[in-house]
Design a protein around this ligand. Structure first.
Ligand SMILES: C[S@@+](CC[C@H](N)C(=O)[O-])C[C@H]1O[C@@H](n2cnc3c(N)ncnc32)[C@H](O)[C@@H]1O
Length: 233
């Protein structure tokens, strides 16, 4: 399926990328073209074994980010919608979701899973989000910051589209512990499936530099669940 022109990546709506990194973005896009074929089971297996994180806390946190939100929520690096679909089934009031991803294959699957009634897919690069400043008062990025090349640029872009006092929710995989999980994670970086193996301190610094103030941090194995706020001014 080809995505509608209205939601397809276009230079007109995305503006220009920060200098450098477009090769890296293309490499990740290409890697996810293949990963999309079996993303949900492989991602779950990796999360449980390599990162020793549980699904329950991740789903609960994602649900908190969405539940009853009265305005559209921007979900950056939404992927194939498999995690979002699990969360949505648990929501009492389901907000409209603007789901952005660089991979057409992942987005196509997301449309199949989430439908179009309360889901608007947008193909684009998280590093130059195609929305005016202060467009959203809630932005999510689940499983994206360790994948997107130059995550500090993506954070700056997400902070830009967030309104003052707006909230940012994210899940981030950290550098795993132990020889084989580390080696495997490094291999995923070589293959373009991951870009950054964060340590918590480096992640906190990147959030701070983007102007996002920590509100809450939950440890889930070698995954961090993060809630931040953009200051009032
Ligand atoms: C690990 S998946 C996360 C999917 C989903 N949010 C989840 O938690 O299961 C990472 C996603 O980031 C997307 N991605 C990678 N680089 C990107 C970029 N520069 N801009 C937008 N999305 C990007 C990939 O295509 C992939 O769908």
């Amino acid at each position: 399926m080809t995505l509608d022109a209205s939601i397809a990546f276009s230079a007109r709506t995305t503006g220009s990328l920060p200098s450098g990194g477009s090769d890296a973005s293309q490499r990740v896009g290409a890697a996810y073209r293949f990963y999309a074929l079996a993303y949900a089971p492989l991602a779950l297996l990796n999360m449980l074994t390599v990162w020793r994180a549980a699904l329950g806390p991740l789903v609960r946190f994602y649900r908190e980010a969405l539940e009853g939100h009265p305005e559209p929520v921007l979900d950056v690096a939404i992927g194939d919608g498999s995690l979002t679909a699990i969360v949505r089934r648990r929501l009492v009031v389901d907000p409209v979701l603007i789901g952005l991803d660089i991979s057409e294959e992942m987005l196509t699957r997301a449309v199949r899973r989430l439908g179009r009634e309360r889901f608007r897919p947008v193909r684009g690069d998280a590093r130059c989000l195609p929305f005016p400043p202060a467009s959203f008062d809630r932005v999510c990025c689940f499983g994206g910051l360790h994948v997107i090349p130059f995550p500090e640029q993506a954070l700056a872009s997400m902070a830009r589209v967030l309104r003052p006092r707006g909230t940012f929710f994210a899940s981030v995989l950290l550098r795993p512990r132990g020889w084989w999980p580390r080696r495997l994670a490094e291999r995923y970086v070589e293959l373009g499936l991951l870009s950054t193996l964060f340590e918590p301190a480096a992640l906190r610094t990147a959030l701070q530099q983007a102007g996002l103030l920590p509100v809450r941090e939950i440890r889930n194995g070698r995954m961090l669940l993060i809630e931040c706020q953009k200051p009032a001014s």
